[in-house]
Design a protein around this ligand. Sequence first.
Ligand SMILES: [Fe+2]
Length: 266
Amino acid sequence: MHPFELSRPLRLVQITDTHFCERPGDILSTRVDTDQSLRSVLDTLHYREHGCDDVIVTGDLAQDPVEGSYHRLRHALNGYPFRFQCLPGNHDDADLLGAALPGGNVDCPKVLVRHDWLLILLDSSVPNEPWGWLADTELALLEETLSRHPAPHAMLFLHHHPVPVGSPWIDRIALRNADALFEVVARHAGKVRAIVFGHVHQEFEAERAGVRLIGTPATCIQFAPATERLVVDDLPPAYRWLELHADGRVDTAVHYLDEQALRATG
Ligand SMILES: [Fe+2]
């Protein structure tokens, strides 16, 4: 038996849609300060997630994609004892993020190998567009990594949702070439266990051809499900934990911050 199987599953945390501003501030005039809400989430992780192997940050890291936002965000993340692995969303400038954000415990890798698992971080952002698209280079990287690497299980991360979540306004800005993604995934049936995303600012789970499709609420504001137009929900900031087992099983749940955690940094 692999020694890893004897000890414990891989433990990940996903945080998403931090929407960090150039200066501390809110988004959509909600009075939710995105600096403060992220700090509440990170403090909660520090308290609850000691055994976390990696924190995956799935896009919309910045509200304003300028150097200052990324520098400030890196500084905020540097204060916590986690490895942060980041990918861009529609609010980000992918090139700028790649240049300005990494440093210390913050990085933007494409592929991570963790014991029996491949973690693949895809860039679905399109400059100046809210919807998503996986460029040929991203699809080729996915295909090649899944083909060549011997790890038996894979989890994919990207910003945009690859299936409708049930709100017309947000489904118009989904991943627009999801079929191309699912074609690659189908060629590696049984290996890709889950596709994990942000962007929808709400909890979501579905399944397609044996692959779990998992959406996660933001570290700032949430969107109400099943709405014609954008409606801000009254749910608090949240994160998702994921346990990836050696046999390919995935356990996961969303943790919403409670009043006490919000007050502690409020
Ligand atoms: Fe977002």
